[in-house]
Design a binder for this molecule. Structure first.
Ligand code: TXA
Ligand code: MG
Length: 320
């Protein structure tokens, strides 16, 4: 199906944005992780518009966002003990739980799966928007499929202008990487995607939580993991340190090393913490593409806490 051009309204008014959504439209909105592209979960036609606008493969399921814990009951048939513990500890926040879906959720939203990812954002604008919508909102990241997730409304506009009904303007997102995804439909919780909620934090409340290894099975447990993700045009090279002799002229650098020699880089960001690095990464990669930079050197960080999620995204961006 070819997408017709739509006029994309940009507004900071939560109620105006929610009206578009209630009338079957698509609305991009900020969360604490990245901007999402939302539609009414119960409206199969509206959900289809998300896949079209993003050019998202139909076999990649969406996350449903709720304004309250109560709303989860509209989406799932069961919340087991572990899921309950994780909800009590981490909702609202950057954690998505995969749970058995109710019949009310159309299969297009879950890409045919009988499970659904559920998340309750903590970002104030997101919560106000979801409350005004009055229904759970399915939302993947609001980028064209394959591009880095957007962390500003301008990045959403860059990818989706004329393809979606509305952008709810807000600040740059806080965390800058997508939510942690945990499957709660098996015997023990299984971490499918790394995010701001770390494996150590999960295990502190549910000790049995395990990490999914995409290498151990033929079909990925989280369908999104098999798709090419976070792939900017710029070549991403992960480095432990900068050796000036190895650096191509006109390249870019992002990392924590103050001594990275500015003469070698056309574009550079020295971050004061791993949190700031995570917060800045996707927008930095987008800017490299706008500047048509060929190579970006990204410093590796210890894979603990948000560093584990950051290294995961860097490796995906670096992979052919
Ligand atoms: O932080 C976030 O999660 C952002 C904001 C907007 O909430 N959303 C986001 O959505 O990153 P998306 O669609 O880009 O990534 C969703 C991930 C994919 O890897 C998908 O495969 C996985 O969650 N997922 C969703 N539903 C699932 C399900 N039922 N079973 C397994 N994995 C699922
Ligand atoms: Mg995405």
């Amino acid at each position: 199906m070819k997408l017709g051009f739509v006029r994309t309204v940009i507004t900071a008014d939560v109620n105006e944005a929610a009206k578009f959504l209630r009338e079957g439209g698509t609305v991009a909105f900020p969360t604490e992780t990245v901007y999402g592209l939302g539609a009414n979960v119960f409206d199969a036609e509206a959900v289809a518009k998300i896949f079209e606008a993003k050019q998202r493969p139909a076999d990649n399921p969406l996350i449903a966002h709720v304004a309250s814990i109560d709303q989860i009951g509209e989406l799932v048939t069961q919340i087991n003990k572990d899921a309950e513990v994780l909800i009590n500890r981490f909702f609202p926040g950057p954690l998505t739980l995969v749970l058995p879906k109710s019949d009310a959720v159309p299969l297009i939203a879950t890409a045919g799966l009988n499970t659904i990812g559920v998340r309750m954002p903590r970002f104030e604008v997101a919560r106000a928007f979801l409350t005004a919508c009055g229904v759970p909102v399915v939302a993947p990241s609001a980028n064209l499929s394959g591009k880095p997730s957007p962390t500003t409304w301008q990045a959403v506009l860059e990818d989706l202008d004329g393809r979606i009904d509305c952008i709810l303007q807000g600040d740059a997102t806080e965390i800058g990487l997508e939510s942690t995804v945990v499957d709660c439909t098996g015997d023990v919780p299984m971490l499918l995607r790394k995010g701001a909620v770390s494996i150590a934090q999960l295990q502190a409340v549910v000790r049995e939580t395990i990490e999914y290894s995409s290498l151990s099975e033929d079909s990925p447990r989280s369908p999104g993991l098999k798709h090419r993700h976070y792939k900017p045009k710029v070549e991403v090279v992960i480095v432990d340190s900068i050796d000036p002799d190895d650096i191509q002229n006109g390249s870019a650098y992002i990392g924590l090393q103050k001594e990275a020699d500015p003469r070698h880089f056309s574009y550079k960001k020295v971050c004061s913490s791993v949190d700031e690095y995570a917060h800045s990464l996707f927008e930095f990669l987008r800017e490299c593409d706008r500047m048509k930079i060929q190579t970006v050197y990204c410093e590796s960080v210890p894979a603990t806490g948000i560093g584990a999620a950051l290294m995961d995204r860097l490796r995906r961006a670096a992979a052919g």
